[in-house]
Design a protein around this ligand. Structure first.
Ligand code: GUN
Length: 283
């Protein structure tokens, strides 16, 4: 079988057009969605991500505020800045770009963001709401994966989903979203015995390990849906995922490429969450 490629870039563009329409409707009601992005220090990759988030806001007609803080900033100063943004009516989403310097407690920072403005979906209140199936901000990459499948017409209920990777940002929450949609979910990780035995059971396989070419054709059941969340650089410095794309695409039914697969959906769902927050501020 040769897999159908799920074009994340195209699906992200379609979703962004829908978001832009909703933004313009909200603006007519006097509300412009506003996202505050806090960047601490000078991590090169973080700066690129933050620039892309700002650009997306502008393209969709939203306001964005970039707050750049020095590496040496104290935890208290950062918490005060977040508190200021929590109180600001013009700001509907607050995002602290991770990682932050080691002298600052990341958990404390995440928990200081108002759950009503936590557009990353990292606050324990939003995670709890997601787990219990309540209205919540869903973390952007997992949410983006669900939208990719929905837009491709791939049903989830009753399917066996195997998630490889258990990070708080991707692995754990994506399994929960599949469970919420009535899938049977298996989590695998670095201590899993007989990984291939598990992954070969997957109707939908999620690769979120952060190791280039970790998932090979041997891991994949004929016709499975393979979602590659990895963003790695290979020895030649070329962007690549966690899945050995050439061989797996000969066996899978559907596959996401890297780049232009899951990646473009992450910022799209951040924009969606910011819009949602602004819309809910009217209630
Ligand atoms: N660093 C890498 N990915 C993310 C993300 O989705 N949100 C934030 N805040 N930081 C990140």
């Amino acid at each position: 079988m040769t897999a159908t490629i799920i074009n994340g870039k195209e699906i992200a563009e379609k979703k962004r057009m829908e978001i832009a329409e909703e933004v313009s409707k909200l603006k007519k009601l006097g509300v412009t969605p506003g996202l505050a992005v806090i960047l601490v220090g000078n991590n090169h990759a973080s700066r690129t991500y933050v620039t892309n988030k700002e650009k997306a806001c502008k393209e969709l007609g939203m306001n964005s505020v970039l707050i750049e803080l020095p590496e040496e900033i104290s935890e208290q100063e950062l918490l005060s800045k977040i508190e200021e943004l929590n109180m600001d009516d013009q700001i509907h989403g607050i995002l602290v770009q991770l990682p932050i310097p080691k002298h600052i407690d990341e958990k404390k920072v995440i928990e200081s963001i108002s759950p009503f403005k936590d557009v990353d979906g990292f606050h324990p209140i939003n995670i709890g709401r997601m787990m219990t199936g309540q209205n919540a901000f869903l973390p952007c990459t997992p949410y983006g994966i669900m939208v990719l499948l929905e837009e491709t017409g791939i049903s989830v209920a009753g399917k066996h989903v195997v998630v490889v990777g258990r990070s708080n940002i991707v692995g754990k929450p994506v399994g929960q979203l599949f469970l919420n949609q009535h899938a049977t979910v298996t989590y695998c990780h670095s201590k899993t015995k007989d990984l291939k035995g598990h992954t070969n059971q997957a109707d939908i396989l999620i690769a979120a390990v952060g190791i280039p070419n970790f998932i090979t054709a041997e891991h994949v059941k004929e016709g499975a849906v393979v979602i590659d969340v990895g963003i790695n650089r290979n020895e030649a410095g070329k962007l690549c995922g966690d899945v050995a794309f050439a061989e797996v695409s000969e066996k899978a039914g559907y596959i996401t490429p890297v780049p232009k697969g899951v990646g473009p959906m992450t910022i799209t769902m951040l924009m969606f969450n910011t819009l949602k927050s602004a819309a809910e501020s009217l209630n």
